[in-house]
Design a protein around this ligand. Sequence first.
Ligand code: B4P
Length: 197
Amino acid sequence: MTETRQIRLLIIGPPGAGKGTQAARIVERYGVPWISTGDIFRANIKAGTQLGQRVSALIEAGKLVPDDLTNEIVADRLRRDDVENGFLLDGYPRTVDQVHALDGVLQSDARALDAVVLLEADTDVVVERLLKRAETEGRVDDTESVIRHRQEVYAAQTKPLIELFETRGILVPVDGLGTVDEVSERLFSALDAKLAD
Ligand code: B4P
């Protein structure tokens, strides 16, 4: 089913939980643009831009890109016309500071988030998935030690956001274990229910 309506979504979860995989399906279903900060950074690294040069060592080491830089990129992206009917943010916000920056951008245009999908999966599963991706895609941040570091960064900096979104009543937790289709099915039924609230 493909439908178009104004919806503003986030997808968060530990690295390897399947965010990018499920994000591709969400944007198809709801007809909104997909904004992945990870993809923006990787495209800039590949193209050798100034931004790419600034962030490549950080990403390679599994560290977060500084908030001010990331916030500016997303604020810029959210000024484009194609987000009029909504958007899916994938991998942003990742820190409390980024949540506040996003709140500022959305409030200034009287926009608000409709739902935050939290894709949950335990560490052993996600490490295994990312090691498998390393074999096929060769991403520089998919070595075992960097993967483990990215999990620690997630626990320290991004996990605290879950409570924040829960307090706002927009959190949609989804079990990320199982096949990609099983997870999508679960995700869509939980998200549709939240959007119908
Ligand atoms: P991201 O691109 O967001 O990387 P990620 O967390 O690993 O998620 P990704 O979407 O790629 O993987 P997924 O879980 O879908 O960020 C990369 C880096 O950019 C960060 O480390 C940071 O340095 C920087 N960055 C990005 N955003 C930032 C921000 N806001 N602030 C600061 N820095 C930022 O999938 C993983 C694998 O699992 C895939 O191979 C997939 O095929 C597989 N998979 C998915 N679902 C599966 C399933 N159900 N079963 C089996 N395998 C599955």
